[in-house]
Ligand binder design. Structure first.
Ligand code: ADP
Ligand code: MG
Length: 473
């Protein structure tokens, strides 16, 4: 499994301030929450935890990064008997990445309880290995619908003891065409169970899905309200033919360290990437055709600040929790105002300011009217001509990612790499950024000006007593 927990360090701004202690949670869990720095509930947690802990079925909608994982993680852990060694909870997720994120978060929440076994079951991994792990037993399963269905078919996944079924990112699972698989899996769970459905948006299909197998679910929806002071939104008039060049102009003018650039189509993503590369801007893209390892590398480089821009469609970017995003650029305006609000909500998190910049051709003006109405704003229009990007220095990311061949399989831990860099190699803690360990590789971000020297010194020295191969990405 890939450890992408490094991608999720930004806590949602907690403004409501209701303490977890007002909930019927065990003292051990309350102590864990305190250790994790979860001092108060996020709004979606405050709205959904009392309902879920009382045993009701629940449909909950709130934007990405609002703390939905704990909103179902705490109820499923509360329903769990660690002494009973059988699958008691199962979480369905749209992709392996999201399943990994959920697994990491549940592990963190469960760390006071001893020996709660969580197993991730996703496509793309060897099924025989999963079957062997299932034979050893597990308390919680997190996985993708297709692969879980496969295990049910083969008789390798026993769900008799299941008491909690969770659908996470239900809207995205529907988009990906998992409706039938989800219904199949739900039908094979015991009728006496609690079902919790979480979603970032609320398309029509959700209610239809819920009707198939939920029991009088209560609904909790949090309409998004961004504090205007944190997200500064500007609309730029552009002609269609100038759009991609305009993205480079915005980047050179605003100079954000990390920017998420949304396009409406995959083709537009590819074209933008070419234009940015031609301008010497370090940009990466995510798409559905990539192998998992490539996707991991893209996300790692973006999250550790060694790529300035991540170009993506809404589908490719959904669910990813990226901390520290100075800007969101809408390369194309989306026809759906709710999607627009969701896009720009990625920036301006955790008390940081963020820019939301939208490029708008004359044919898209109507879309801005819809957005302005839904957000209760008066759009702030600007002209690209106001920006001066000509004599700006090139936009260069502060960090460079080094890939070390060898990862969890070789028992490498982040501390080993940090030790090698700050020990014999003589670098300071400040010159080293995020360290991410995956199965086969370890990725470490280092300050750009020491990158070459760091490659040399790591290659010449040892990590965990062994010589390693290192390269800069
Ligand atoms: P979502 O599923 O809604 O996108 P996540 O569950 O991934 O959101 O949570 C986003 C981030 O917020 C995670 O890094 C998580 O650890 C953190 N978080 C969740 N709940 C709290 C809380 N009550 N206080 C502080 N941080 C929290
Ligand atoms: Mg989530």
């Amino acid at each position: 499994m890939t450890d992408i927990s490094q991608l999720t360090p930004s806590p949602p701004a907690s403004t409501t301030g209701r303490p977890f202690s007002e909930l019927p949670l065990s003292p051990a869990i309350l102590a864990t929450l305190q250790q994790l720095g979860y001092l108060t509930m996020t709004p979606i947690q405050a709205a959904s935890l009392p309902v879920a802990l009382a045993g009701h079925d629940l449909i909950a909608q709130a934007k990405t990064g609002s703390g939905k994982t704990a909103a179902f993680g705490l109820p499923l852990l509360t329903n769990l008997n660690p002494r009973r060694f059988a699958v008691q909870a199962m979480v369905l997720c749209p992709t392996r990445e999201l399943a990994d994120q959920v697994t990491q978060e549940i592990r963190r929440l469960a760390r006071s309880a001893d020996n709660i076994k969580i197993l991730t079951l996703c496509g793309g991994s060897i099924i025989r290995t999963q079957i062997a792990s299932l034979e050893h037993g597990a308390h919680i399963i997190v996985g993708t619908p297709g692969r879980i269905m496969d295990h049910i078919d083969r008789g390798t996944l026993n769900l008799e003891a299941l008491n909690t079924l969770v659908l996470d990112e239900a809207d995205r699972m529907l988009e990906m065409g998992f409706n039938d698989q989800i219904a199949y899996v739900a039908k094979h769970c015991p009728a006496q169970r609690q079902t919790l459905l979480f979603s970032a948006t609320y398309p029509e299909g959700i209610a239809r899905l819920a009707r198939q197998f939920m029991r009088t679910p209560q609904e909790v929806k949090l309409l998004e309200q961004h504090e205007e002071s944190k997200i500064r939104q500007r609309f730029y008039k552009v002609e269609d033919g100038d759009r991609l060049q305009a993205v480079a102009t915005l980047l050179k003018h605003y100079r954000p360290v990390s920017t998420l650039a949304f396009c409406n189509t995959k083709q537009q993503c590819r074209s933008l990437l070419e234009v940015l590369h031609a301008q010497g801007i370090k940009a990466l893209t995510l798409n559905g055709d990539m192998e998992q390892r490539e996707r991991d590398q893209v996300l790692i480089q973006f999250a550790n600040r060694s790529s300035s821009v991540l170009v993506a469609t809404d589908v490719a970017a959904r669910g990813l929790d990226i901390a520290q995003l100075e800007a969101v650029i809408n390369v194309d305006v989306t026809p759906d105002p709710e999607v627009h609000i969701h896009r720009i909500g990625r920036t301006g998190r955790a008390d940081q300011d963020g820019w939301a910049l939208s490029l708008c051709a004359p044919s898209e003006r109507n879309r801005i009217i819809g957005i302005a109405k839904m957000m209760h704003i008066e759009p702030e229009w600007h002209e690209l001509g106001e920006l001066n990007s000509e004599d700006e220095a090139p936009l260069v990311p502060p960090m460079v990612t080094l890939q070390i061949l060898g990862g969890r399989k070789e028992k490498i831990r982040p501390g080993d790499v940090l030790g090698a860099l700050t020990g014999e190699a003589g670098f300071t803690r400040e010159q080293v950024g995020k360290i991410t360990v995956t199965d086969q590789s370890t990725y470490v971000a280092v300050a750009r000006n020491i990158a070459q020297e760091a490659v040399r010194k790591l290659s010449a020295g040892k990590v965990k007593g062994k010589t390693v191969k290192v390269r800069a990405l």
